[in-house]
Design a protein around this ligand. Structure first.
Ligand code: KIV
Length: 252
């Protein structure tokens, strides 16, 4: 899969299936299953490293996990998040995007709209494909004060659409829409040539992304309302560990 394949899929009306991966076995399993894009998301800060939000994730964390994912992938496009405070200037963004590529990513993702268009254009001009991220921006959680739905007023919906057009013009090949009101996400998906990848943003997006731990029930302490859970891995781990404890204590 390439960024151009993602755009071609939108033109053909084919939906993009995207999941997060942070380690070799999960990446290999998901790749073998036929996922289009694997996102080494900075959500790893919460679901793998135990931080309260993504602002604690460093570039070193991202490089370590991106390299592990890359070792397991043959087909899918690997997109790695530029973490918090790693793309404050165009120069810093290019340097850190290059490091993620050297670790095995095929493209990088960053959060922000119009205000980040120049940085997106600079990374793209350096030959690195960029996925943008609009709507609820987890790296801005301290300013946002929570995970809230975006695009509820006509003004905020128009601003989101203007951001989406700005990042498309800057050269992004796709955009994540996180927690965007479904009709606004639909309008943006129609207005853009590049695919929109929704998370909690309704069915009209050109693709869907989920944090894999939410899909497979591996982070039982919190599951977003919009996530459909198709496995209960945490329950299986608890059962297996309990069985092991009982067998060991019984001398079996
Ligand atoms: O970090 C992540 O996993 C993400 C998805 C929620 C889109 O950015």
């Amino acid at each position: 899969m390439t960024p151009a394949d993602c755009t071609a899929m939108k033109r053909r009306g084919e939906k993009l299936a995207v999941l997060t991966a942070y380690d070799y076995p999960t990446a290999r399993l998901l790749d073998e299953t036929g996922l289009d894009v694997l996102l080494v998301g900075d959500s790893l800060g919460m679901v793998v490293l135990g931080f309260p939000d993504t602002t604690h994730v460093t570039l070193e964390h991202m490089l370590h996990h991106t390299a592990a994912v890359a070792r397991g992938v043959q087909r899918a496009l690997i997109v790695a998040d530029l973490p918090f405070a790693s793309y404050d200037t165009p120069e810093q963004a290019i340097t850190n995007a290059r490091r993620l590529l050297a670790a095995g990513a095929h493209a990088v993702k960053l959060e922000g709209g119009k205000s980040h268009a120049a940085r997106i254009a600079a990374i793209v001009a350096a030959g690195i494909p960029v996925m943008a991220h609009l709507g609820m921006l987890p790296q801005s959680i301290r300013e946002e004060g929570g995970y809230k739905l975006k695009g509820k007023t006509p003004e905020s919906a128009d601003a989101l659409q203007a951001d989406a057009l700005a990042i498309e013009n800057a050269g992004a090949f796709a955009v994540v829409l996180e927690l965007v009101k479904a009709d606004v996400a639909q309008r943006i998906s129609t207005a853009l040539q590049i695919p929109t990848i929704g998370i909690g943003s309704g069915p009209a997006c050109d693709g869907q992304v989920l944090v894999t731990h939410d899909l497979i029930g591996l982070f039982p302490w919190f599951t977003p309302k919009f996530a459909r859970q198709h496995a209960q891995v945490a329950a299986s781990i608890r059962t297996a560990a309990t069985t092991f404890i009982h067998e060991t204590k019984a001398g079996a």
